[in-house]
Design a protein around this ligand. Structure first.
Ligand SMILES: Cc1cc2nc3c(=O)[nH]c(=O)nc-3n(C[C@H](O)[C@H](O)[C@H](O)COP(=O)(O)OP(=O)(O)OC[C@H]3O[C@@H](n4cnc5c(N)ncnc54)[C@H](O)[C@@H]3O)c2cc1C
Ligand SMILES: [Zn+2]
Ligand SMILES: [Zn+2]
Length: 402
């Protein structure tokens, strides 16, 4: 139902127990296998199944999980290999240089406080310097937004709206980590041409960068819960787990596995400027929380926002992904321009009516909206979780609150 949410793990248990007299204990190996398919979701959503929201998880994701094996068929893997793009030299030459053209970018500038009000905004850096601005686009990771100033987060003064704070609280920040290993090219002991490699240990999957143009490099992708636990372990301890596994899996007949010449371990949740890898729908969160996170905030006397938000967690189309982050940045820029235009239009001044929907966005005629028959408020399709074009003429619609 709409009111209560269950974790994905609990939902699976309830569903299985309901169909069996003896509950989980009398589950067949097949059903136990189904529980195992939760691992697929943990990989995809970077959180333990006990933390993932059933209500919000797209239906298709559950169906896919139920249908797919953990390993993935050859066809599935071929499709992944074809649709994925690897950005080998990082995003700087590929995306960031292009986006930063003409902009004054200050690296290593840690924001500690954002003040906003009727006359504009002031961004305080941890080195004590202050930058004045008319508007601020906030692209802090969700994990950083979740932190209090005491924990290294950013202070907003006045505080962010309740809707924004609730979205920050309800959405989850996941943990995927990677271990990057490099061997001398002559020492490569794993299959040289397969781009993706798997083993029987569900904690790890391998991206064979050797096959993809980075000689000698094997990237180990680590999913929850081990990705979380391993952040507390030393590199040596992690290698103690990994190297025997690689040895047994890919070089069982080699007496001694060669040592890697370079090891890098990510610890995204410990990183003070990330506090996690990317967002997920946590138990208790709802469809509108992503659009509430993206909504402009810091509404001033003129009824127009000073703060805009972008980043992967704000995306309703492609959360967790780079293209989702980029798209929300473009949307925030468009909304900012819209706000500048409205502010400069005298007849629109002093009329706060241009803020619409539960996400409190500046009205934008290009976005599809639907009218609630209960409260007569307009809602964006993605905020209401509907496609307005699929509603027949006169077919009633009620928003989440109604
Ligand atoms: C292990 C892993 C694998 C991934 N795989 C994929 C993938 O295959 N495909 C894909 O599309 N995406 C993938 N992603 C996700 C992708 O990296 C993110 O979705 C994307 O980087 C989000 O961009 P963003 O701008 O929202 O946030 P970020 O890239 O996190 O940018 C936020 C910026 O804010 C800065 N910051 C933080 N605090 C402060 C502060 N107080 N003051 C000033 N600056 C601050 C940070 O330093 C950072 O530069 C992966 C992520 C991880 C961790
Ligand atoms: Zn909305
Ligand atoms: Zn309503």
């Amino acid at each position: 139902g709409r009111q209560e949410d269950l974790s994905v793990e609990a939902a699976f248990r309830v569903a299985i127990a309901r169909t069996l007299k003896g509950g989980m204990r009398s589950a067949t190996p097949l059903l136990r296998g189904l529980m195992n398919s939760l691992k697929v979701l943990e990989w995809a959503y970077v959180a333990e199944a006990s933390q993932l929201s059933t209500r919000t998880l797209k239906k298709v994701a559950l169906e896919e999980a139920a249908a797919s094996s953990f390993a993935g068929s050859d066809e599935e893997m071929a499709a992944v290999a074809e649709s994925d793009g690897l950005v080998f030299d990082g995003y700087t030459p590929f995306l960031i240089d292009h986006l930063a053209q003409g902009a004054a970018v200050r690296l290593g500038a840690v924001v500690s406080r954002v003040e906003h009000g009727d006359s504009g905004a002031m961004v305080h850096l941890s080195d004590g310097s202050v930058h004045e601005a008319d508007y601020v686009i906030v692209t802090l990771p969700l994990g950083v937004l979740k932190c209090t100033p005491m924990e290294g987060g950013v202070m907003f003064a006045p505080p962010l709206s309740d809707a924004k704070l609730q979205a920050i609280d309800k959405l989850g920040m996941g943990t995927e980590n990677k271990v990057l290993l490099r061997w001398e090219v002559a020492d490569v002991f794993w299959p040289k041409d397969e781009p993706y490699l798997q083993c029987t240990d569900q904690r790890f999957r391998f991206l064979n960068c050797h096959a993809l143009g980075k000689a000698g490099v094997l990237v180990v992708m680590v999913a929850p819960p081990y990705s979380i636990a391993m952040e507390a372990l030393s590199d040596e301890r992690i290698l103690d787990e990994l190297l025997p596994l690689l040895h047994a899996t890919f070089a069982p007949h080699t007496p001694l596995l060669p040592s890697p010449v370079e090891v890098r371990v990510t610890r995204w949740t410990a990183d003070p400027y990330a506090r996690g890898s990317y967002s997920y729908e946590a138990v208790g969160c709802q469809f509108h929380h992503r659009s509430a996170l993206r909504a402009p905030d810091g509404i001033d006397k003129q009824g127009l926002p000073r703060l805009f938000f972008a980043g992967e967690a704000c995306s309703t189309e492609a959360a967790q992904c780079v293209h989702g982050a980029v798209a929300t940045g473009e949307e925030a820029a468009a909304e900012l321009l819209n706000a500048i235009t409205l502010r400069a239009t005298p007849q629109h001044a002093h009329q706060p009516a241009y803020i619409v929907c539960s996400c409190r966005s500046v009205f934008d005629a290009s976005r599809s909206m639907i009218l609630c028959d209960g409260c007569s408020n307009w809602f964006h399709d993605e905020c209401a979780g509907v496609d307005a074009s699929l509603f027949a003429e006169g077919e009633p619609f009620l928003c989440m609150s109604c």
